[in-house]
Structures are given as structure tokens and as C-alpha cells.
Design a protein around this ligand. Structure first.
Ligand SMILES: O=C1N(Cc2ccc(-c3nnn[nH]3)cc2)c2ccc(Br)cc2C12CCN(S(=O)(=O)c1cccs1)CC2
Length: 233
């Protein structure tokens, strides 16, 4: 039986990441607005756009706190942020959505998302992903590390020094592996299941890219930050 223990420096690393993950949250008034009154599809879409913009800002702040990230090549930092923005946002949205929303409100929010002009072909995989995240019952440490691992994916487009990214990602993967063994000794496949979600995330981000094109055709507006990070317009 493998004796697994978290070293002192791994504990410090985990604390830095979890603190950064829980500190940076989107302003709750935005999420609350989505819950308040009944809006039209276009107003719902506008609220989701406002929330996504906050999510990206929160993501950038969180990423800057990942140990080692700021020592990467500057252009690679941008490439990693752009390459992971949608995945990190969906992962975080699923995590926060499930935690933040008292059960009754989840249905309201789900209905608001359904009625925001997002087509059913995207809604279905989106909510399947959401349910698969909820069913894992991840603890905060696992959520923060999984988001970090998503951001530190070496093979994003335009990343020059992939080895440098790989080195940091491997540190996070090893830490998450240990956490999973300690957290769920009776579930040896749990770590693999978490990483399996990252594959599902990539599929979602392809759907998202397709949606962007269709949203653009029926003239949905995005904020400058979303245009920048999502490469639209
Ligand atoms: O908005 C979403 N939500 C609701 C949501 C998200 C975050 C918080 C929150 N509260 N506090 N912190 N975070 C609350 C509700 C949610 C929930 C689960 C999954 Br899976 C995904 C989503 C999206 C992510 C963005 N897209 S999007 O397609 O990129 C798009 C952008 C513009 C218009 S449509 C829509 C679905």
C-alpha cells in the first residue's frame, strides 16, 4: 500500500492556490440580477455576458497567483490565458454554480440560461458537464487545482516554451494525485475521473466556439474583454 503524504512545500503551494481561488469571486450582484426578475432572452444574454466578463477578470487575477506562472515567458502567459479561458470559466462556473446557488435557485438560473438565446445543441452538453462536475462533490482544493491544471495546459496554440509550462503543470498534477489518494482512499480511480473532466471541457470549448459564430450572425454583442479573449469580431 503506497504511503502518500503531502510535503511541507506542497502544503504551502496548495494554500496559495486555494486562497487565490476563493479570494477572487465575481461580484454577487451580477449573479443575483440573473435570479431577480424575468427577463427577455436578449436581457438574459446580456447578463450572462456581463457575468462572463467578470469571470474572465477573476480568472486573470487568479492565474497571476499561480506560483511560477508570472515567471513564464510573457507571450506564453497570454497564450495560456486565451487558450484556457473558456474551459476555466466553464469549470469554475459549474463549481460555483453548484455551490453558490441554493437548490431552488439553480432551477431558476438553469431556466434563465436556457432562455438566453443559447441553442439546445449547446445547452445539453453544457448541463451534462455541469451535472458531471456536481456529481464528483469536489472539495475546494481539488476544484482550485483542477482549474490550475487546465490553465497550465502546455499544448495550447502559440505556446513557445511548452516544457516550462509542463514543469509547473506536473507539480500541480502530482499534488492533486496525492490529494485524491488521501481524500478518497477507497476510490483509486477518482484522480483519473477528475482528469477525465478536462477532456469533457475541451469538447465544451469547441461547442462554445461554434456558438460564438452563430451568436455573431444574429448580432449578439460582447464586451471588449470577451472579444479579446474569445477572438471574436
Ligand atoms: O453563465 C453561465 N453559467 C451561470 C453562472 C455562472 C457563474 C456564476 C457565478 N456566481 N458566482 N461566481 N460565478 C453563476 C451563474 C453557467 C453555469 C454552469 C455552466 Br457548466 C456554464 C455556465 C455559463 C458560463 C458562461 N456561458 S457562455 O456560453 O460562455 C456565455 C457568455 C455570454 C453569453 S453566453 C453561459 C453558461
Amino acid at each position: 500500500k503506497e504511503k502518500v503524504e503531502i510535503t511541507k512545500e506542497q502544503r504551502t503551494l496548495m494554500k496559495v492556490i486555494v486562497d487565490a481561488y476563493s479570494t477572487h469571486q465575481i461580484p454577487q450582484d451580477v449573479a443575483k440580477k440573473l435570479l431577480q426578475e424575468q427577463y427577455s432572452a436578449d436581457e438574459n444574454f446580456l447578463l450572462l455576458t456581463e457575468m462572463a466578463t467578470s469571470q474572465v477578470q477573476v480568472l486573470v487575477e487568479f492565474t497571476k497567483n499561480i506560483p511560477g506562472f508570472l515567471s513564464l515567458d510573457r507571450e506564453d502567459q497570454i497564450a495560456l490565458l486565451k487558450g484556457s479561458a473558456v474551459e476555466a470559466m466553464f469549470l469554475r462556473s459549474a463549481q460555483v454554480f453548484s455551490r453558490k446557488m441554493p437548490s431552488g435557485q439553480t432551477e431558476v438560473l438553469e431556466e434563465r440560461i436556457r432562455k438566453s438565446g443559447i441553442s439546445e445543441e449547446f445547452i445539453i452538453p453544457m448541463f451534462n458537464f455541469y451535472k458531471s462536475i456536481v456529481s464528483l462533490h469536489m472539495v475546494q482544493e481539488e476544484q482550485a487545482l483542477l482549474t490550475t491544471i487546465t490553465i497550465l495546459t502546455p499544448d495550447r496554440p502559440y505556446v513557445k516554451d511548452q516544457q516550462a509550462v509542463e514543469r509547473i503543470q506536473e507539480t500541480m498534477l502530482e499534488l492533486l494525485r496525492k490529494l485524491c489518494v488521501l481524500q478518497r482512499p477507497q476510490e483509486p480511480q477518482y484522480f483519473a475521473r477528475l482528469l477525465g473532466r478536462l477532456t469533457e471541457l475541451r469538447t465544451l470549448s469547441h461547442y462554445h466556439a461554434e456558438m460564438l459564430t452563430s451568436w455573431r450572425t444574429n448580432d449578439h454583442k460582447f464586451t471588449p474583454l470577451l472579444c479579446e479573449i474569445w477572438d471574436v469580431q
